[in-house]
Design a binder for this molecule. Structure first.
Ligand code: PRX
Length: 659
C-alpha cells in the first residue's frame, strides 16, 4: 500500500490564543508547552512519575512507573494500588468541593436536578453497598445499558468503587448487540432502566435487556438492576430483577473503596474495527484515570468556577473520559443532558448553555453541522438569539471538523472570543492526544494542531519511517502513554495485530491517515480505509467533503469510493443540500455545479464521479455517518448488513434511488 496521500487541503488562517486565556492557564504559552514536551522526551518515566504523584491519590504507592517487558502489553504503575471512585469523589470530601454541585442534570423535558459532590458520594456508596449485598464482587463484569442520567454516573462510579469492570452499551444499540457484548465480557450483572426518553419519546430499555438475555449465552447474569426512569410497564423476573432504588435503600452512605491494582481493568468499551466484530477495548484503572484528569486540566484548562458540558453519551468513550471520570476527578460542576439537540427545538443546546452558564462546551462536528443547517431554516433558534457570554472554550471531537463548520462554530457559538479545540483521540487512546491548548496553541481551522506533552505522534509510511512534512501517511504514536488501551478483551492477538503491526517498529498504529504541515501541525485525513485512490492519486475523503461543504448550497456531505474500471477507484459523494431535495434536471444542474466547484477547490482529480442527493445521511444514533453502508450503496448493491443501529434506515433507499 502506498502511503503518499495527496493532500490538497489548503487552509492559511491562523488564530492566536486569546490573552485572557493565556494568563493563568495550566499550560500558559508555547514556551510552557515546549518545556513540558522536553521534560517528557528527556525522561519519560520521571515525567509520568511526577504527574501520577501530583494528580492521583494512591492507597499503595507504586515503585515502577512503566514495565515494558511484555510490550506491547505495557503496564503502568503496576505495583501501586488505588481506587478510581475514591479519586473522583472521596478526594473532595474534606475540601470546599464537597458542597459544590457535581452534576446538573437536565431531562429531555427540561426538568433540572442537581447533586453535590457529597451527595453523589453518598449515592454511589449506597448503590455500591447494594451491589455488594446482592453478592457482586471485584473482578466481575457488568453491562450498563442506561439513559443519560445521574444514575448512569452513579452506576459506573459504584462499579469502579468495587472493582466491577463495567462495559457500557449505548442505549441506541439493539438487543442483539447488547447480547453479543454481554456474552463476550461474561457479564454477571446488567444495570439498565425501564425506559429512556429522547425527543419526547419513551423507548424501552429493560425490554431490550430481557430480549438480549433470552437469546442465550448470558446465563452468568445473576441480576438485572433497573433504574425507574419513567415508570413504564416492564416485565419482571423475580429473583433476577431488582429496582435500583431498592438496591440502594437502607444501605449505609459509606462504602470503603476497594484498593485495586493500578492495572486492574476499569472498563471494557466496544468499538468497531475496520473488519470483524466490535473490539472490547480494555482500559486500566490508574493510567486511564491519570490521563482523563490530566487532559481535563490541560486541554480544557479547567477552573474551579467552570460549568463544563460534554454533550456525549456515556455509551461512548467521550462520555467515560469527559463525563464520568475526568471532570469529577477535577472537581468540576458539569451538565448532564438526557435529550437531543433538536428537541423541543433546534435551539436546545444554545438555550442550555445560556440557562446553566456553561463555560466549556464540548460537542461533535456532526451536531455542529446539523445545527448550522437548522439555524439557516429556523433563524429564531440561531445561536445569535441566545446569551452565550459565559462560554470561554468550545471543543469538538469524533471526526474531522471541516474548516467551514469550524468557522461557523467559532463565529456563531464562540462569538470570536473562544478557541475551538479540535481534539483528536480514540476509544483506544483513553483521552485527548492531539489537540490545541487554549492558553498556548495558535489555531488553524481544520487542524487538531499539536500532540499533548508526553505524546510522541508521527506520520509514518508502511515501514514505520517518518514521512516528510506535507506528505500523507499513517498516524502513529511512538511511545506508550498511561491512558492507552491495554488489550482487546478476550483477544490479545487481535490487539497486537491491529495496533502494533511488526513493520511499524512498536509504534501504536491509530488507523487514521494524517499529514503534518510545515509548522508540524497535524491534519487528520480520516480512517486509512477512507482514503481513496483515483488514478494512482490518493485523496482523503475528508478533503472532498470539506470542499463540498464549503459550497453555500451544501449542508452535509459524505464521500466514499467505488471500484472503477478506468481510474481504479471513483469518488461518490452523498450530499444533503440546505434546500429541499432536488430532482430531474434540477439535480443534474446542481450536481454539475458541485463537480465543477470541487474541481475548482481541489483539482479535477477530486471531482466526484457520482453525486447523490438525500434529505440526510445514514447515521448511527450517536451521529456518526455510516460510510460502510454508503460504500455499498455507491456500488449500486443492496444493503444486506445489519442496519439496526441506524438512526434513519429509510434514508438508504432514498440514496440508492437518487439521481
Ligand atoms: O478517525 C478518527 C476520528 O474518530 C476515530 C475514533 O473514533 P472513536 O474511537 O469512536 O472515538 C471517538 C471519540 C474520541 C479516530 O480514529 N476522530 C476522532 N476525533 C477526531 C477524529 N478525526 C479527526 N479529528 C478529530 N478531532
Amino acid at each position: 500500500m502506498s502511503t503518499e496521500i495527496e493532500s490538497v487541503l489548503i487552509e492559511n488562517r491562523v488564530f492566536q490564543p486569546f490573552q485572557n486565556l493565556v494568563e493563568g492557564a495550566a499550560i500558559s504559552g508555547m514556551q510552557a508547552y515546549e518545556a513540558l514536551c522536553d521534560e517528557a522526551r528527556k525522561s519519560p518515566d520521571a515525567f509520568w512519575d511526577r504527574l501520577a504523584r501530583e494528580n492521583l491519590v494512591w492507597q499503595k504507592p507504586y515503585t515502577k512507573v512503566l514495565d515494558e517487558s511484555e510490550a506491547p502489553f505495557y503496564r503502568w504503575f503496576g505495583d501501586g494500588q488505588l481506587n478510581v471512585s475514591a479519586n473522583c469523589l472521596d478526594k473532595h470530601l474534606n475540601t470546599p468541593t464537597a458542597n459544590k454541585t457535581a452534576l446538573i442534570f437536565e431531562s429531555d423535558d427540561g426538568k433540572v436536578m442537581t447533586v453535590t459532590y457529597k451527595a453523589l458520594h453518598a449515592r454511589v456508596c449506597e448503590f455500591a453497598n447494594g451491589l455488594k449485598a446482592l453478592g457482586h464482587k471485584t473482578g466481575e463484569r457488568a453491562i450498563i445499558y442506561m439513559p443519560m442520567s445521574i444514575e448512569a454516573v452513579v452506576a459506573m462510579q459504584a462499579c469502579a468503587r468495587l472493582g466491577i469492570i463495567h462495559s457500557v452499551v449505548f442505549g441506541g444499540f439493539s438487543s442483539k448487540s447488547l447480547q453479543e457484548r454481554a456474552v463476550d465480557v461474561g457479564a454477571t450483572l446488567v444495570i439498565t432502566a425501564d425506559e429512556q426518553v429522547r425527543g419526547g419519546k419513551a423507548i424501552p430499555l429493560k425490554a431490550a435487556v430481557d430480549e438480549a438475555l433470552a437469546m442465550g449465552g448470558c446465563e452468568a447474569v445473576r441480576h438485572v438492576v433497573v433504574y425507574k426512569r419513567t415508570g413504564g410497564a416492564v416485565q419482571w423476573q423475580e429473583g433476577r430483577d431488582v429496582w435500583m432504588h431498592d438496591a440502594s435503600a437502607n444501605q449505609p452512605a459509606e462504602c470503603e473503596p476497594v484498593a485495586l491494582d493500578a492495572e486492574h481493568p476499569l472498563f471494557i468499551l466496544y468499538t468497531s474495527g475496520s473488519t470483524g466484530k466490535p473490539k472490547g477495548v480494555q482500559h486500566a484503572a490508574a493510567g486511564f484515570l491519570l490521563w482523563a484528569l490530566l487532559t481535563v486540566k490541560w486541554t480544557f484548562d479547567s477552573k474551579d468556577s467552570d460549568v463544563f458540558w460534554c454533550t456525549a453519551d456515556v455509551g461512548w468513550v467521550t462520555g467515560h473520559t469527559y463525563i464520568t471520570y475526568g471532570p469529577l476527578a477535577a472537581g468540576l460542576t458539569q451538565v448532564v443532558f438526557e435529550g437531543i439537540p433538536t428537541y423541543p427545538n433546534v435551539g436546545r443546546f444554545w438555550e442550555m448553555i445560556q440557562r446553566h452558564k456553561v463555560t466549556v462546551f464540548y460537542t461533535a462536528p456532526t451536531a455542529i453541522r446539523s445545527l448550522t443547517k437548522a439555524a439557516e431554516s429556523a433563524p429564531e433558534y440561531h445561536p445569535r438569539e441566545y446569551d452565550l457570554g459565559s462560554l470561554r472554550i468550545i471543543g469538538s471531537v469524533g471526526e474531522p471538523i471541516n474548516p467551514e463548520a469550524w468557522m461557523w462554530y467559532y463565529t456563531n457559538v464562540g462569538r470570536e472570543r473562544c478557541p475551538v479545540l479540535d481534539t483528536w483521540w480514540q476509544t483506544e487512546t483513553g483521552g485527548h492526544m492531539i489537540t490545541p491548548l487554549p492558553g498556548a496553541t495558535p489555531l488553524k481551522p481544520g487542524s487538531c494542531t499539536l500532540p499533548l506533552p508526553g505524546i510522541e505522534a508521527a506520520v509514518v509510511d508502511e515501514s514505520g519511517a517518518e514521512v516528510g512534512r506535507g506528505k500523507g501517511g499513517f498516524l502513529a504514536i511512538k511511545r506508550p502513554w498511561p491512558g492507552m488501551i491495554r488489550t482487546i478483551w478476550n483477544d490479545p492477538e487481535r490487539f497486537k495485530k491491529s495496533y502494533f503491526p511488526p513493520e511499524l517498529k512498536g509504534y501504536y498504529l491509530a488507523g487514521d491517515g494524517a499529514q503534518r504541515d510545515t509548522d508540524g501541525y497535524f491534519w487528520i485525513m480520516g480512517r486509512i480505509d477512507d482514503v481513496i485512490n483515483v488514478s494512482g492519486h490518493r485523496l482523503g475523503t475528508m478533503e472532498v467533503e470539506s470542499a463540498l461543504v464549503a459550497h453555500e448550497t451544501v449542508a452535509e456531505a459524505a464521500v466514499v469510493s467505488r471500484p472503477d474500471a478506468t481510474t481504479g477507484e471513483a469518488i461518490v459523494a452523498f450530499v444533503v443540500l440546505k434546500q429541499t431535495l432536488p430532482a430531474g434536471e434540477d439535480a443534474d444542474r446542481i450536481a454539475k455545479m458541485l463537480r465543477d466547484w470541487v474541481a475548482k477547490e481541489i483539482g479535477p482529480i477530486a471531482k466526484p464521479k457520482d453525486i447523490r442527493f438525500g434529505e440526510n445521511l445514514p447515521k448511527t444514533r450517536s451521529g456518526k455517518i455510516m460510510r460502510r453502508l454508503l460504500r455499498v450503496v455507491a456500488k449500486g448493491e443492496t444493503v444486506t448488513q445489519d442496519v439496526s443501529t441506524l438512526e434513519n434506515p429509510a434514508i438508504l433507499d432514498q440514496l440508492s434511488q437518487a439521481h
